[in-house]
Design a protein around this ligand. Structure first.
Ligand code: HEC
Ligand code: HEC
Length: 389
């Protein structure tokens, strides 16, 4: 009944408005109603027309089979506001963005992130995918084939992940009812829901879909690496020296393709492997994926994370043990541990842990290559930024 009243009210309102706003239906459909815009802009720095979240992928990525993006801009706009809204936590102090900061490629610069009650167990993961998270991570598109979320791969979709963050006692600490309530109590959400879903009704399903749409739309593919690859290759051959790279960056790329790309991908699209043990030490505190699945072969394996924007997302690894990329490179060069689960790509022919024994010059070259993966626009892009005034 309540829904019916809302809907009828909305219909009356919509008819009333459409007769006085404009004759040009096409144009009007793109915009908020003036009253809505006035209400939105009291709290939010949103433009009069929802921003576009679709993009055209550069050739070296689209030719490697990545999906083009199809992001609903109204849902993503709502998702953006939800992502940055601290009112959606039990203390009113934590939003998704507290632990996923845009200038840090949506990661956190702390080993463990501060939630409403204590700290997270693991290091925050940088967010950002190429085509869309759904096509890159997550099982949304591929069904059973895909790269799930979290260091222990425990969520298959961005929705499940968002629900867990809102309701986690440590992270945001709300029940779903409280979440719905907090949103209903904030009038500026009404036009955002209306545009995204055709009515102002707030439901769990709608909230999670909108957050997932925003997360899916966090596309990053315009780094120095991408531009140089686009210019220098016929789409596939990453092995040629890039004309826009320095000698050190090209040398770093060579080392990377030889020793790292087998897991982390040569074009930084989907990781080649969902999960692995990379020999951080002999004794792991954290069981990783095995702790979640209880399958022995999963024990002590972890998600292979994206290296896009990796220079922004320190500290590194699931436990944030390395503070800098130099430390990461030292580790892969000299200190990979002979853990029983160590992946064969990190072993030499005789089965011993890989020792790249890189010279200090080569280490610096590898770091400088990793730094070419930063997409500066992504870190500043308005459509991904905090919309609250
Ligand atoms: C208190 C800090 C905190 C908050 C709040 C938080 N996150 Fe996270 N997030 C993390 C940490 C830490 C991880 C990695 C945890 C793990 O794997 O065990 C993570 C992982 C993720 C991932 C997985 C990324 C990947 O590559 O697998 C996504 C997506 C994500 N968060 C989105 C969100 C969204 C959306 C919200 C808000 C609804 C949110 N987070 C709120 C700390 C936080
Ligand atoms: C066998 C697959 C594999 C290979 C080969 C590999 N990695 Fe990794 N990498 C991983 C896994 C798995 C993790 C996460 C491990 C964890 O946290 O327990 C990781 C984590 C990282 C991280 C941390 C990212 C973050 O956000 O915390 C960096 C940086 C990195 N690798 C760079 C490299 C470089 C550089 C090379 C080549 C020298 C390399 N990797 C080779 C599997 C691999």
């Amino acid at each position: 009944m309540k829904n019916f009243i809302y809907l009828s009210l909305f219909a009356v309102l919509a008819i009333g408005l459409s007769s006085c706003v404009s004759d040009d239906v096409e144009v009007r459909e793109e915009f908020y109603y003036p009253e809505e815009l006035a209400m939105l802009q009291q709290t939010l720095d949103l433009p009069e027309k929802p921003l576009d979240y679709n993009v055209v992928l550069p050739q070296h990525l689209s030719s490697s089979g990545l999906f083009a993006r199809n992001i609903n801009k109204d849902m993503a706009t709502l998702g953006r506001v939800l992502f940055y809204d601290k009112a959606l936590s039990s203390t009113g102090e934590v939003s998704c963005a507290s632990c996923h900061k845009q200038e840090l490629a949506f990661s956190d610069n702390k080993i463990s992130s501060d939630g409403v009650d204590g700290e997270t167990e693991r290091n925050s993961l940088a967010l950002g995918s190429v085509a869309s998270f759904a096509a890159y991570y997550g099982l949304d598109i591929f069904g059973t084939f895909g790269v799930p979320f979290m260091w222990d791969n425990r969520f298959g979709t961005a929705r499940e992940q968002a629900k867990a963050a809102f309701t986690s006692e440590v992270e945001m600490g709300l029940t779903i009812d409280e979440l719905v309530n907090n949103i209903e109590n904030r009038a500026f959400y009404q036009p955002l829901f209306r545009r995204a879903f055709g009515s102002t009704q707030v439901t769990e399903e709608r909230i999670l879909s909108a957050v997932a749409e925003f997360v899916d739309g966090l596309g990053t593919f315009d780094s120095k690496f991408d531009r140089a690859a686009e210019k220098s290759t016929d789409g596939f051959n990453m092995e040629v020296n890039f004309s826009d790279f320095t000698a050190a960056e090209n040398r770093g790329k060579e080392i990377y393709l030889e020793s790292c790309a087998g897991c982390h991908s040569s074009v930084f699209g989907r990781p080649v492997m969902n999960a692995a043990n990379n020999g951080l030490e002999m004794q792991y505190q954290d069981e990783g994926i095995g702790g979640f699945t209880n399958i022995t072969s999963d024990q002590y394996t972890f998600k292979v994370p994206t290296l896009r924007n990796v220079a922004q997302s320190a500290p590194y690894m699931h436990d944030g043990r390395f503070a800098t990329l130099e430390e990461v490179v030292d580790f892969y060069s000299d200190n990979v541990a002979d853990h029983p689960k160590l992946h064969e790509f990190l072993r030499d022919e005789s089965g011993q842990p890989m020792r790249l024994n890189l010279s200090s010059q080569d280490k610096a070259a590898l770091v400088s290559f990793l730094e070419t993966l930063t997409d500066i626009d992504y870190l500043q892009e308005v459509r991904y930024s905090d919309p609250f005034k």
